[in-house]
Ligand binder design. Structure first.
Ligand SMILES: Cc1cc2nc3c(=O)[nH]c(=O)nc-3n(C[C@H](O)[C@H](O)[C@H](O)COP(=O)(O)OP(=O)(O)OC[C@H]3O[C@@H](n4cnc5c(N)ncnc54)[C@H](O)[C@@H]3O)c2cc1C
Length: 284
């Protein structure tokens, strides 16, 4: 099936676009966490969103969830790791499943971590973003895992069942992984090493570790990694007033397009993007 639109991100920007596209009866695929935005969830009080005086982040996410349910919207709880254009359509890879859509909305928020040196070059050649998809390739081998959030701990445990040895970097508080073949390391990763395939990890303390692969379990992927050649301004995706990016058919909204990082801006841009996507689809 070819969807009219694929929305990437379940924060306020993605939410706003999803509602508007659904109201226009478009077939949409909506990727991201079913728990919605962690940024919103962490906000103690949102004091500047009109109509919701001093609402807490969890309360706002609760209201979003109610509205998602009422609107009959569905979330595909998957991480999109690559997008490629084929003619005037797009192929998306979500946790190793392929999807097809006529338009794309990037509502991915800001990416807190930059790609590691060597990460993009060795993606698919030892670097993986998906434990479930690629874990079996590392049965009995030595791997490195960079875990960016507690919600991925079960994926680390799964990898530890398959691999002989796991070196783990946990970039969050209260890591609870305690397994005999998992060794936690603190010195940050400086680079992914290898030419044709991953052969090791270089650390800031100037040591090197031999590994067969590296799993990066982050909550987001940098836009330039997702779509090769998209125009960026530093960490932000360049858009015009219709939220169109440099790639026809690909739109962007919310924190990923630039400051101010605010719920109201994200929701407004998601709305503008949805209407521009409707026009684009109508023209096609
Ligand atoms: C502590 C804190 C307090 C704040 N207080 C306020 C406030 O008072 N008022 C205010 O207006 N704003 C506030 N903000 C900012 C506000 O939360 C953000 O501006 C807003 O959430 C941006 O929405 P967004 O949809 O652009 O991105 P996000 O909310 O960041 O959502 C993006 C989502 O996309 C997902 N995603 C990214 N890449 C992928 C991928 N490849 N595949 C699938 N999913 C992906 C991410 O996991 C994330 O869930 C606060 C933020 C923080 C952290």
């Amino acid at each position: 099936m070819i969807y009219d639109a694929a929305i990437i991100g379940t924060g306020p920007a993605g939410m706003s676009a999803a509602l508007n596209l659904k109201l226009h009866n478009k077939e949409i695929l909506w990727f991201g966490s079913a728990d919605l935005s962690m940024k919103v969830q962490k906000s103690e009080k949102i004091a500047n969103y009109p109509g919701c005086a001093k609402i807490s982040g969890p309360e706002l996410n609760g209201r979003f969830k109610e509205q998602i349910w009422e609107a009959g919207l569905e979330i595909t709880d998957k991480m999109v790791t690559s997008i490629s254009a084929i003619g005037d359509r797009f192929m998306l890879l979500g946790d190793n499943e392929v999807y097809e859509a006529r338009t794309i909305l990037l509502a991915t928020g800001t990416v807190s971590a930059k790609a590691l040196p060597g990460e993009e070059e060795l993606l698919g050649r030892g670097v993986s973003y998906c434990a479930t998809c690629d874990g079996f390739l590392y049965k009995g081998k030595t791997i490195a895992v960079l875990c960016g959030a507690k919600r991925y701990e079960h994926e680390v445990a799964y990898l530890a069942e398959l691999a002989d040895k796991v070196y783990l970097w946990a970039n969050y508080k209260d890591c609870e992984i305690d397994l005999p073949n998992v060794q936690r390391l603190d010195s940050p990763i400086k680079a992914v090493l290898g030419e044709k395939r991953v052969t090791g990890i270089g650390l800031r303390d100037e040591t090197e570790i031999d590994v067969d692969g590296l799993f990066i379990l982050r909550t987001s992927v940098a836009p330039a990694t997702l779509i090769k050649g998209i125009e960026m301004n530093g960490p932000h995706i360049v858009v015009n007033r219709n939220m169109e990016t440099s790639k026809p058919g690909i739109f962007a909204a919310g924190d990923c397009t630039g400051r101010p990082y605010q719920v109201a801006k994200a929701i407004g841009e998601g709305n503008v993007a949805a209407h521009a996507m409707l026009e684009y689809l109508a023209e096609k």
